[in-house]
Ligand binder design. Structure first.
Ligand code: PEP
Length: 249
């Protein structure tokens, strides 16, 4: 059975001390249920936040990784470095990386493979911008991001990836996709995975929704059959909001 997951993406927020405090609060409040809760912190927080995590259902993740394994790449952080902090997940292909840092499908494919080789679980993001949805191209855009980013993986490796559908127009805007829009896309993604890797892999793949998810809309979004949880930006910066979303399951 696929996992239910709520992952917080702190982005470039919180000092180290603030981040550790937030992690401690979440750690205190998280219950050992079947919901996997993940904190994706800035790189410099990882090692300290790792020490604050004591609950079995709480995990640590990074928000990005280098596309090389080691060497003269000033300012970069490798998958092995991430893994060595105790992190088990890494977000790959967030729309902010795709747009501000021009990360393309080929680069994201490389990062995904490095993450898998290091034993990290990639949380691979996809999603269309507003103009693409308005012109009816959203399905095609997401399909091509997934095909180009992931479909040369073996079934075994693909089975280790978590997908996150994040319509760019919903990220940080306060305007979330409706439950129907989310379900329609998630079902299309699962069908795509099923065509490529078969029903068993597709049924076991967790597909998260991201984009202005909050305690007030999480229940409706997560109650869709193909929505397996959320990737949470703004609302993950407050323990109360984040835990409100976790408890929507
Ligand atoms: C995100 O950036 O992954 C995200 C979903 O942000 P927000 O929840 O703030 O829309």
């Amino acid at each position: 059975m696929r996992k239910k997951i709520v992952a917080g993406n702190w982005k470039m927020n919180k000092t180290l001390q603030e981040g550790v405090e937030l992690a401690k609060t979440v750690n205190r409040q998280v219950e050992d249920t079947d919901v996997v809760v993940i904190l994706c912190t800035p790189f410099i927080h990882l090692a300290e936040v790792s020490k604050a995590i004591t609950k079995d259902s709480l995990f640590l993740g990074a928000q990005n990784c280098a596309s090389e394994t080691s060497g003269a790449f000033t300012g970069e952080v490798s998958v092995d470095m991430i893994k060595s902090t105790g992190a088990e997940y890494v977000i790959i292909g967030h729309s902010e990386r795709r747009s501000y840092y021009h990360e393309d499908d080929a680069l994201l494919n490389k990062k995904t493979k490095l993450a898998l080789a290091a034993g990290l679980t990639p949380i691979f993001c996809c999603g269309e911008v507003l103009a693409e949805r308005q012109s009816g191209k959203h399905m095609q855009v997401v399909k091509s991001q997934i095909e180009n980013g992931l479909f040369d993986l073996s079934a075994e490796d693909f089975g280790k990836v978590v997908l996150a559908y994040e319509p760019v127009w919903a990220i940080g805007t306060g305007v979330n996709a409706t439950a129907d829009q989310a379900q329609e896309m998630h079902k299309a993604i699962r069908d795509l995975v099923s065509e490529k890797y078969g029903t068993r892999v597709a049924e076991n793949t967790s597909i998260l929704y991201g984009g202005s998810c909050k305690p007030s809309n999480a229940k409706e979004l997560f109650s869709n059959p193909d929505v397996d949880g959320g990737l949470i930006g703004g609302a993950s910066l407050s323990a109360a909001d984040f835990m409100g979303i976790v408890s929507a399951f």
